[in-house]
Design a protein around this ligand. Sequence first.
Ligand SMILES: [Zn+2]
Ligand SMILES: [Zn+2]
Length: 147
Amino acid sequence: MRKKSDVQAILKRAEAYCMEQGLRFTDGRAVVLREVVRQRTPVKAYDVLQTISADKARPMPPVVYRALDFWTSHGFLHRIESLNAYTACTHPGCGHDCQIFVCSKCGRVSEICDEKLIEKIGHKAESLGFRIEHLSVEATGSCPDCR
Ligand SMILES: [Zn+2]
Ligand SMILES: [Zn+2]
């Protein structure tokens, strides 16, 4: 679990971001973001639904799925494709595709943000005449504690 103060800080940043961008920071969006951010390991949409079904705000499933998409597209969450799960971005709001390392033993996620790498893949794709819309770089393996 992440520290309460860290979770609060991310939620505050998300709220400020929504204000700036003229987006709505609804209860449903806030509850869903809090649920994912609280966990240090990736969370599946189903798990979010399970945990918040006890919450009094209790958003409906479509609201939860839309909120996960919303926070992902605004750079606050990352979708881990290989696990079909979500995790908090460690530098929210940066707005680009991060490269993600998932520990297959404890589930811990670390990320880097190498724009040169993204650029390089973009150029290579261009040489194939391919235009990238979404790029996901994920590695699975062992974290320092699990090695
Ligand atoms: Zn990130
Ligand atoms: Zn690990």
